[in-house]
Design a protein around this ligand. Structure first.
Ligand SMILES: [Zn+2]
Length: 268
């Protein structure tokens, strides 16, 4: 919770948390960077323990699933590391030539493609705000305290995150997409700290070697179009939100990535 929400709704929530309140948040700011983070923005509205039938149902579900809920919290099962991505079914796959580069901010879609790192001269990481609901880039220096331009909070140092451009290639075309964080690390097989160490030691990442390793391996790649036209300038931008090696395709129906929130799953 931010700014004006802190003394009112924030304080109320702090008191209510031990009693497992039911909360409605209208117009939250949702970030799915690592886990699902929900933050407030100026237009958000928060209602505690609403007297509606859905709240009664949810309360009943909480009572029936108390053990499951405790486990989620204790073992941090809500964390991305515990969530499984399932391969898409055939009807969810798209060929690259069908992707309209003029479309803006569509829902994520899947392609089956090879991944290559684009050998640009830019860095393979960037520094961001560490606030999980913000995560915006910052111009701050490594290991230096800074105030985030977006969320206006001060932090002891920015968060270094891997991010670079890839070229996705299927039999029908090429798509440039950004890859970040854990996915970027598993493609590079190098951590962000190692990338920074190499940069400081003036060593080069051998992209040709990595691309050689990636060659002839197809992945199911889930891509989100994050294009926004600003003042008639249209710059298509895609980001990889999930990927799986193709050989793991058991034609399972795809399920939401955030399974943990599915109330029917009690078998974890
Ligand atoms: Zn921030």
């Amino acid at each position: 919770m931010w700014e004006e929400f802190l003394p009112s709704e924030g304080a109320q929530l702090k008191n209510l948390i031990p009693h497992q309140p039911i909360i409605i948040i209208a117009r939250p700011k949702v970030n799915t960077h690592h886990t699902i983070s929900i933050g407030t923005q100026a237009t958000s509205i928060i209602i505690f323990n609403p007297e509606i039938p859905q709240a009664a149902l949810l309360r009943q579900w909480i009572a029936e699933n108390a053990t499951y809920i405790r486990r989620i919290i204790e073992e941090k099962l809500y964390d991305k590391a515990h969530q499984q991505v399932h391969p898409p079914i055939a009807s969810q796959l798209r060929e690259i030539y069908t992707i309209d580069p003029t479309a803006q901010q569509t829902k994520p879609f899947w392609i089956k493609a090879e991944i290559r790192i684009r050998n640009t001269n830019s860095r393979y990481y960037f520094l961001s705000c560490p606030n999980p609901t913000c995560m915006k880039p910052t111009g701050a220096d490594i290991d230096t305290d800074f105030t985030c331009f977006y969320c206006r909070m001060t932090y002891p140092k920015p968060l270094a995150r891997l991010r670079f451009e890839t070229q996705l290639c299927d039999d029908t075309g090429l798509l440039t997409a950004t890859i970040e964080d854990d996915y970027a690390e598993s493609i590079l097989q190098t951590s962000v700290h190692e990338v920074i160490r190499m940069e400081q030691a003036e060593e080069q990442l051998d992209i040709a070697v990595i691309n050689n390793r990636l060659q002839n391996t197809r992945y199911y790649i889930q891509v989100r179009n994050t294009t926004r036209s600003v003042q008639f300038i249209h710059n298509p931008r895609y980001i990889i939100v999930a990927y799986l090696p193709y050989y793991r395709s058991n034609a399972l129906p795809v399920q939401p990535i955030f399974l943990i929130l599915n109330p029917r799953r009690r078998d974890l």
